[in-house]
Write a protein that binds this ligand. Sequence first.
Ligand SMILES: [Fe+2]
Ligand SMILES: [Fe+2]
Length: 240
Amino acid sequence: MIRVAAVGDVHMDVDLLGRYRPALEQLPERADALLLAGDLTRHGTPDEARCAAQEFGGLDVPVVAVLGNHDYHSDQEEAVADVLREAGIVVLEGDSVCLQTAGGRLGVAAVKGFGGGFAGRCASAFGEPEMKAFIGVTERSANTLEKCLQELDCEVRVALTHYAPVPETLQGEPLEIYPFLGSYLLGEAIDEGKADLALHGHAHMGSERGVTPGGVRVRNVAHPVIKQAYSVFNVERSGR
Ligand SMILES: [Fe+2]
Ligand SMILES: [Fe+2]
């Protein structure tokens, strides 16, 4: 059994310093790793990233993050990632990591993901170049996630995204914006990549629990949804 803690959408800036830290100090007793599901900042500035690094860096468990759309807003996502890495946080995009934990080898494959919508109500790569470009980003992201999951040689595989892979965890958000909150292509990638758990954020008004068509547990860990410093998920070793 591996215990995975996760939170997303912490949207750090100076005014929130100290909000999470007291609960994080007890994290090593409760979980083997902490996963951050994007939107660590409000506007994607290095100063805000330093606040996130101060709050989530230097813990006694490994911390793995993917960036969210807010972390891209100032076109300084590389600088944001560098600040987090300097604090010891593993920042992934189109990449994976295998962590040796007390509970076994934990693999995390991560992409930010993108929008497009869900089966029967989705955008497609048809018509204008802008539409093809939009869906192209999502397709490439999903394909990368699938490949990263399949390449992981770990006892437990977790898919970490910012955008949602299923519509269930969006319930509470206006239906009209579902296409901007996630894509079923991410869900297909999670199934094809045989993840044991999928974690995402982004949908602040969404719901906590969902499942992919293939039966993989999906959890929206956006802070406004879980309303605590982090949630902990027990993931069984699947013996691969
Ligand atoms: Fe957010
Ligand atoms: Fe977001």
